[in-house]
Design a protein around this ligand. Sequence first.
Ligand SMILES: Cc1cc2nc3c(=O)[nH]c(=O)nc-3n(C[C@H](O)[C@H](O)[C@H](O)COP(=O)(O)OP(=O)(O)OC[C@H]3O[C@@H](n4cnc5c(N)ncnc54)[C@H](O)[C@@H]3O)c2cc1C
Length: 318
Amino acid sequence: MTNIGRPAEGQNQWYPFMDRPTPSIVDGVMQNPPVIPVHDAAPLPSSARFVVVGAGIHGMSTAYHLAMELERTGKGTGSDVVLIDKAGPGAGATGLACGCIRNLYMTGPLHAILRASVEVWESDPINFGFQQVGYVSIGEENQAEDYVRLNESQIASGYPSDLYTGADAHRFLKGLWPDFKTQNCDVVLHEHRSGYAGTHMVMWGLDQKCRQFGVQRVYGVAVTGYDLDASGSVAAVETTAGRIQCEQVVWVPERGRRSTGSGWAARPVWAAPTPAATPRRAWPCGPTGACWRARCSCRRASTIAPPTGATAPCCTSS
Ligand SMILES: Cc1cc2nc3c(=O)[nH]c(=O)nc-3n(C[C@H](O)[C@H](O)[C@H](O)COP(=O)(O)OP(=O)(O)OC[C@H]3O[C@@H](n4cnc5c(N)ncnc54)[C@H](O)[C@@H]3O)c2cc1C
């Protein structure tokens, strides 16, 4: 049983990995039974090839895909990957997200990235809690040009969407919702592959996939710093549970702000080179949809090629 604590004083936000209040029995019936599985965390090892920091959607997915890739290529095993979170899966922005999975972004290159992300959601919709119900966006006349651009870019990226304008837009909306008021609904974009997902469900699903691949999931341990070697690369990660030597680090925690709003992509981050002392995310690179890069020394080549269409995540500076 993992004991990662309870909500802070004055808060009432319970996460799946937290110990819940002990169920009480009233007239022989258990009240408030725990319905969410508890994550079985591993102890912090003293060394690892890969350390992924942060068990939000990005860290989890990165650890899972890295483990899969190591196994597939024979370059290692899932147990080469250590995933560390100061609390547990979904404790950050991921646990709070609305769960919208859509491709409605004005920046063209994101459309291919989000398509790659949705492919991951589609790979196991049940365990990721993915409801592929589509996504409808409605605009006024002065947005029509933007919608046309969006629609063309999405289609060119292999992410099918339909565009309706004027009377067609009204007909489409009424067809979906007969009592919908279509006044000022001048342009409508319908993304077919989008939808929504349950935040806790996907955290659980990814956690279990990491587990199946042997990823060492260390929860309740915070990263407090790095040890750099003479070349400025990270040689070890300092944590509240001790030091872990490693070859490569992927740093993914949110830094007190939203990423780009498209963070709900489950595609992994291929930021394999070891970050220097101040790792940070930025934009636009990497196949996560969150568009970020670990600030890194780029001294070591990535052992894993980025997926088709993704740019190298580490070779630009912000
Ligand atoms: C209210 C809200 C609604 C949103 N709705 C949507 C939406 O509908 N669709 C969408 O695409 N995006 C949405 N987003 C954005 C999306 O949730 C985020 O972009 C995404 O979840 C970020 O995931 P992450 O893994 O990068 O970070 P997080 O989920 O924040 O994970 C970071 C993890 O790092 C851990 N951590 C932090 N510091 C340390 C440390 N020192 N040592 C160890 N661990 C550490 C934290 O405990 C945390 O678990 C929403 C965001 C919010 C806040």
